[in-house]
Design a protein around this ligand. Structure first.
Ligand code: C2O
Ligand code: CU
Length: 467
């Protein structure tokens, strides 16, 4: 039992500074160069137990936050001084294949790799995390995850709450399990899921954040290895009263228009940016709660709570606002023909996609979209009661349709572009994407990292060649 719920402040990951500027020999433009060391550190999670040993980017978890302007290229050297091999994926970036964190492109301990990122996409919340073959769950769970914020001038011109760490705050969710000595319970031997009964935000279990009575932009990322959430804000003084908020952005940046909601579904690797206005809540406590039941974890007493906001201070002159129109989302050209149908299955204790596992090297390339074309993929969950957040690398997709489950496409899923979609039990979700701008072999997979490590992953080959 954790006895310090809402007793420790929310940590804000520090901003990563580039160590130098280098000149792109071809374009003559500046490239920002960063160096990150993956190393061991201790984290005192339970005040009355020993520390937990973690391995994180720059020896912290979450890792430092990158803040990059659209159009500024970056090179990041990831030096692996951890105990396991690693591969770094910048999730949400249309990286060239050699820099996309291909699972088998691993950097052994003692080595480094330089990753190049173009950063020419629209403003969005990306994240970087480990993607090493068979060990992604462990590496991410033990600390290898951080956010990467891309700003763009169109978004900066809007008057949304801004200022990293003051009015624009990342809320990186994760869920873990600890032993009685205070160390982490490892997911290494799990083959289905590790939900985790201790809910962390930015690395701190059940933190609190002091806020002023004004608007804040929160960038939610579910960095858990297996836990998805149904989030809502509740007034402590009036249990049962939810505080409405605006969803303004998803995986690939701003939605067309803000979506007013009382609750938000978020599964692993999804990002949703929301604006919450505390102006009417002066002097109150507001608790961020989770209404999503995860079967096996129902016994744990606190998985329904996430963090607390303490609204204090005087009324402030809040100049920010949420405009009625945010942007015109560049959806792919609509197409009715279905190009691919993928079944996410569990058979004989194994996770597969259309009967194929990632280890089946000869058969794992399941699609060959021509570069520059739009394809429609149907993603079918035929694995019984399991949920699978499906991530397609390289592209931003439109969520067109969801059938056979309990929900249809939610407005905040439909009004923007995404790179992960929640695929609930029995559901079939249709997604449409423009396969561009690069050729290459990329992965798509379930983002329950235990499923991913147990082969629920395949590849597609974007090519300019004719069949
Ligand atoms: Cu966020 Cu292939 O991963
Ligand atoms: Cu899965």
């Amino acid at each position: 039992q954790y006895k310090w719920t809402f007793q420790f402040p929310l940590p804000i990951p520090p901003v990563k500074a580039p160590s130098k500027t280098i000149v792109n020999p071809i374009t003559g433009k500046n490239i920002l160069y960063y160096e990150v060391e993956i190393k061991e550190f201790q984290s005192q999670v339970y005040p009355d137990r020993g520390p937990a040993t973690l391995w994180g980017y720059d020896g912290i978890s979450p890792g430092p936050t990158f803040i990059v302007e659209k159009g500024t290229e970056t090179v990041v050297r990831f030096v692996n001084n951890a105990r396991l091999a690693n591969s770094v994926h910048l999730h949400g970036s249309y990286s060239r294949a050699p820099f996309d964190g291909w699972a088998e492109d691993i950097t052994p301990p003692g080595w480094y790799k330089d990753y190049y990122y173009p950063n020419s996409q629209s403003g969005r919340t990306l994240w970087y995390h480990d993607h090493a073959i068979d060990h992604t769950a462990e590496n991410a769970y033990y600390g290898q995850a951080g956010t990467y914020i891309l700003h763009d001038p169109l978004e900066d011109a809007l008057n949304l709450p801004r200022g990293y760490g003051t009015s624009d705050i990342p809320l990186i969710l994760s869920a873990k399990q600890y032993t009685s000595s205070g160390s982490l319970f490892s997911p290494a031997d799990e083959t289905t899921s590790l939900y985790g009964d201790v809910i962390h935000v930015n690395g701190q279990p059940w933190p609190f954040l002091r806020v002023e009575p004004r608007k804040y932009r929160f960038r939610f990322l579910d960095a858990s290895i297996s836990r998805s959430f149904l989030l809502y804000f509740e007034r402590d003084a009036k249990v049962g009263t939810k505080v409405g908020f605006d969803v303004i952005a998803s995986d690939a940046g701003l939605l067309n228009a803000p979506q007013r909601v009382n609750e938000l579904y978020i599964s692993m690797a999804e990002r949703y940016d929301v604006v919450v206005d505390f102006a009417g809540s002066k002097g109150e406590n507001i608790t961020l709660k989770n209404a999503r039941e995860v079967g096996a974890d129902r016994d744990y007493p606190d998985t329904d709570k996430v963090m607390r906001f303490i609204v204090s201070g005087n009324q402030v002159d809040d100049q920010s606002n949420v405009p009625a129109v945010l942007r015109s989302v560049p959806f792919p050209k609509p197409k009715s023909q279905v190009d691919q149908h993928f079944k996410f299955e569990r058979s004989n204790g194994e996770w597969k996609i259309n009967g194929v596992s990632f280890a089946d090297v000869a058969n794992r390339v399941l699609a060959r979209p021509k570069r520059g074309t739009v394809e429609v993929w149907e993603l079918e969950n035929s694995s019984g009661g399991w949920t699978h957040p499906i991530h397609i690398h390289l592209v931003d997709f439109r969520v067109k349709k969801r059938v056979n489950g309990k929900r249809s496409v939610l407005p905040y899923e439909a009004q923007g572009l995404k790179d992960v979609v929640w695929l609930g039990p029995g559901e079939t979700v249709t997604v449409e994407a423009h396969y561009a701008p690069w050729d290459g072999v990329y992965m798509f997979h379930c983002h329950n990292l235990i499923h991913e490590d147990h082969e629920m992953m395949a590849a597609f080959n974007v090519s300019v060649l004719q069949d």
